[in-house]
Each structure stands twice: as C-alpha cells, then as structure tokens.
Design a protein around this ligand. Structure first.
Ligand code: SAH
Length: 202
C-alpha cells in the first residue's frame, strides 16, 4: 500500500510512515479485512464509509505541509482510522463524530489499540467548537457544499483546514489561515459522504 501511495504522489515520508504503522484491517469488519489495504473506501455502518488510503494520505500531507503538528481536529471520526493516522503525525488529536454508535465503536478501538493522544467526542462539527482554539490543522472527513467559516476561526496563523468542498463535484480543498483572511487552493477530485448537522444516536 505504501509503495502504491508513493507512486500516486504522496511524498511526505512522515505521512507514509504513519499509514505504514496503523493496521487498517482492524478498523473494518472482519468480513472486509482482506480488502483493507486496497485503495477503496469501505462501509463502516450507519451508512458511512472509511475513506480511501490515498485520500487519508493526501489530507494528512496537506494538513502537515511539511512541518510537525501540535494540535489537530478531525471532524468525522467514523471508525477512527484517520484519527489513528493523525495520532502518528500530531501531538494531540481531537476527533468528533455526530453518530453516537460510530463514536463509541471508535473510542473503544482507539483505546484498545493504544492511541492515547486521541480524544474523541460525540459532537457536531457544524457548531461552535471554540474551546479547541488554536489548532494547527483541521481535517474534515465529510463533504460540505459551502465553506464552514467558523472552522477557520479555530486555526492558528498558518494553520490549515483540509475539507472536501463542492456541490456537483467535490475537491479536496486546502484553506490556509493568514494573519488577516485566508488563502484557498483546490486539490484532487474526491467523493465523500455529506457533512450534516445535528448529533444522532445511530
Ligand atoms: N475519518 C473517518 C471517515 C468517516 S466518514 C474514518 O477514518 O473512518 C465521515 C464521518 O463524518 C461520518 O461518520 C459522518 O457521520 C461524520 N460527519 C458528517 N458530518 C459531521 C458533522 N457535522 N460533525 C461530526 N461528524 C460528522
């Protein structure tokens, strides 16, 4: 999987190493474990999916921008895979998920696999999360049709928001917080489950 990611243009060795050590097969159902290292998204329950390894790698590479990360927020914990990868490239990882059953599964999995620098919470990323300021990066794992401006406010200067953005076509979008305002760049075309509001149990 790592050689394939390198061939697809992932150049940050820290990110490649992180994907190399996190056991993706332990984040999906046993019946899907044989496909865990293919470059595909897979179902994780509640109508959600674990993202393709290439997309996880690209998001992490853009979030890191070649520099060590202190505090990172992921929106959309899902099965916890990307949070585990982020735990290898950042000091502190906060991850929130709006679906309660996914969140509790991810919490147990992350704890039992020893990812102790990840904190997960049942919360909605479309609402205020001011307590987490200042963040070096925010990685959103669900596709939004409009830029959630409240997330940019949580970034430290030069911090990055990585978010799948767009209504008809989605692009992995990088927003860089500047001293005043922000810079925005589009990257790969992607396909994510939707960014929704409100917390739910299942
Ligand atoms: N990073 C995950 C991918 C999960 S798919 C993994 O590695 O498995 C995206 C997740 O985002 C879904 O579980 C979905 O419920 C969640 N999500 C969507 N909108 C959200 C929001 N506003 N707040 C929190 N989580 C959200």
């Amino acid at each position: 999987m790592i050689d394939r990611l390198r061939g697809e243009g992932i150049a940050d060795e820290v990110v490649l190493q992180a994907l190399g050590v996190v056991p993706r097969h332990l984040f999906v159902e046993e019946a899907l474990a044989s496909r865990a290292y293919d470059d595909v998204s897979l179902p994780i329950g509640s109508g959600q999916t674990i993202s393709r390894p290439l997309t996880v790698a690209r998001s992490c590479e853009l979030a890191r921008a070649g520099a060590p990360l202190n505090r990172v927020l992921e929106i959309g914990t899902g099965c916890g895979y990307q949070a585990a990868v982020l735990s290898q490239i950042a000091k502190e990882v906060y991850s929130i998920e709006r679906i309660g059953t996914l969140l509790s599964g991810a919490r147990v999995r992350l704890r039992s696999l020893g990812y102790h620098n990840v904190r997960v919470k049942h919360a909605d990323g479309s609402e205020a999360l001011d307590a987490l300021f200042p963040l070096n990066a925010i990685v959103v794992a669900a596709g939004a049709s409009a830029l959630p401006e409240h997330l940019i406010e949580l970034l430290a200067p030069q911090g990055r928001l990585i978010i799948p953005l767009g209504s008809t076509k989605q692009y992995l979008t990088e927003v860089i917080k500047l001293e005043s305002g922000y810079d925005i760049k589009n990257h790969d075309e992607v396909s994510f489950v939707p960014f929704l509001s409100g917390v739910v149990v299942k």
